[in-house]
Design a protein around this ligand. Structure first.
Ligand code: FAD
Length: 288
């Protein structure tokens, strides 16, 4: 459905949305599209499609987003700028516009190894946000980090940088995954104290295998509460039990978030329709 995501997350109804990521090669595109369609069949509030930082899977993001639109689900296309220039970004925006995609999560992307800031046309996401806003017609969101972005000198500096992104036109923020809701509540308090009042969408990752947690720890600095570590220690070697426990943990986190007034939750569903479906079923009365 063609809709601006800001209108969905500003509404009274709680939102539950899912993320998919594109494949690395053409031969997997149809499989990923079929997976995304299965998740779309759940009729989530919206879905997002990630974007490959090095450009390797970049072409597929818009295709999958267009597919979701055809399935009747509002898509967000992620877009990174770290390896891009004005011309490439304009081409991406034109492509999204032609496909009818109206929502972009504007990201910088991780700086590729060996690249210095002097080589980068876009150094920060706020420059991309500004570019998209100047182009016109898109609802633009951005990323935020309840446990502080690893490049930031301090939590304070990270929030000051967020304010620049919001002034550039970023309409809402989606968080990096976190496993302890108190971390999010503290972060939101700090945002409000700093005068940031755009909606914050909580990003939740259901951890359904022990290998996944190792990967998460290598890409993010999310703190793991003891309660969570005990679950992985106990069930990590039993795939079905770990999946059940991981879905239950994520469900509990989401219920607590809604109960505490966080109205929008985005699930990093890792191209897994079964996990997305079970989480949605667990919340069926809560999000109706
Ligand atoms: P920025 O907002 O630019 O922040 C990066 C760093 O620079 C931070 O430390 C910030 O404090 C600092 N900073 C920002 N602006 C300024 C300023 N004006 N002055 C000084 N310092 C500043 N990566 C992908 O490759 N593809 C994806 O699809 C993708 N999706 C994501 C979705 C979410 C919800 C999240 C949380 C992350 C996602 N990422 C994705 C990862 C993201 O690209 C990396 O974390 C990247 O390192 C930072 O991107 P950003 O947009 O947050 O950057």
């Amino acid at each position: 459905m063609k809709m601006k995501v800001i209108d969905l997350i500003k509404g009274d109804k709680p939102t539950l949305s899912f993320e998919v990521f594109p494949p690395k090669t053409w031969d997997k595109l149809e499989t990923v599209k079929a997976t995304a369609e299965k998740i779309a069949d759940l009729k989530p509030s919206y879905m997002s499609v990630t974007y490959g930082a090095g450009g390797s899977t970049a072409g597929f993001t818009a295709d999958i987003a267009e597919d979701l639109l055809k399935k009747g689900v509002t898509p967000i296309s992620h877009l990174t700028c770290v390896s891009s220039d004005e011309q490439k970004i304009e081409a991406e925006l034109k492509k999204l516009q032609d496909k009818g995609v109206e929502n972009i999560l504007a990201l910088r992307g991780d700086i590729p190894q060996g690249m210095s800031k002097d080589d980068m046309h876009y150094k920060y996401a706020y420059e991309l946000v500004k570019k998209i806003k100047d182009f016109g017609g898109f609802c633009v969101g951005g990323a935020c980090y309840p446990e502080t972005h690893p490049e930031s000198e301090s939590a304070y500096a990270d929030i000051e940088a967020l304010k620049i992104k919001i002034d550039a036109g970023c309409e809402y923020l989606t968080t990096q995954m976190f496993f302890d809701n108190n971390i999010l509540y503290n972060f939101i308090m700090r945002l409000l104290k700093s005068g940031v009042d755009v909606p914050v969408v909580a990003g939740i990752m259901p951890v359904t295998s022990a290998s996944q947690i190792k990967r998460i720890m290598s890409i993010s600095s999310s703190a793991l509460p003891q309660r969570f570590v005990r679950i992985v220690d106990r069930y990590g070697d039993d795939p079905l039990a770990m999946k059940q426990a991981g879905i239950a943990y994520a469900t509990e986190q989401i219920i607590d978030l809604y109960a505490n007034g966080i109205n929008s939750v985005h699930v990093y569903s890792m191209n897994n329709p079964d996990v997305a479906s079970k989480i949605q079923q667990n919340l069926s009365e809560i999000i109706k």
